[in-house]
Write a protein that binds this ligand. Sequence first.
Ligand code: PAF
Length: 282
Amino acid sequence: MKIITVQSELKKEIELLKSQGKTLGLVPTMGALHQGHLSLVKRALKENDALVVSIFVNPTQFNNTEDLVQYPRTLERDVALLQTASDAILVYAPEVADVYGEDVASVHYDFGGLEHKMEGQFRPGHFDGVGTIVKRLFEIVTPDYAYFGEKDFQQLAIIKKMVKNFKIPVVVVPCEILREENGLAMSSRNVRLKPEYAEAAPFIYKTLQDAKVMFGTERANKVTEWVESQFENHPLLKLEYFVIADIQTLETIENKLENTLYRAFVAVYADDIRLIDNLALN
Ligand code: PAF
């Protein structure tokens, strides 16, 4: 497995692959890889001749410095995990300077309002940071296909919008959320949960599932009120938001419409660890 830290070197490898007519996949990650990432990697390996996995904790998407400092960095373990899928993966694991040069700042984007809802509301500047790094990775790697997990559904919607706005020649492939046996959505942050919080956290998915059942017969605001009351009564988990939204616009809904798909989105604090999840409702 080649671990490349410098983009000029990566570009040379990519030029060679492209000259051989090979299709190229990209799985962008911030490392601390788990089975969820591995499922994206396996799919990308199946659907492409060659694969780049980027491992880069992108500083510009963190609105909370402490979160950036605490974010797990486990390159050796990550590489060992990738090795279980294939030895032919190109790992791009740059330092900040290789990606940003001296100007570690994000570009400001207009994603048609998608960026102001939910995560955007609670993590100001987050999607400018995500847009900046993903666009840069697309420019460096020039992938044919790029794979993103639906756990970050809003991120996925924004990346699709960016690809359309900038006419970037890449197919964005959404990948289903992978869950622990207890239902907790897989996340790099899960390893930081203290035992009592790890035990409590599956309540998030359980509540989403109950909300889905309720959504079959009740109005959206009734479901939202019910979810909020469930978390108010919870001794360990603190709800930041619960939103039922149209999957196209990410607008919170008042009333259900025919032929429209909805999803429930949630962000919860388990101690100081912020967990997000979402579930298709229809
Ligand atoms: O989803 C993530 O891990 C990150 O937001 C991404 C897409 C790798 C950009 O840093």
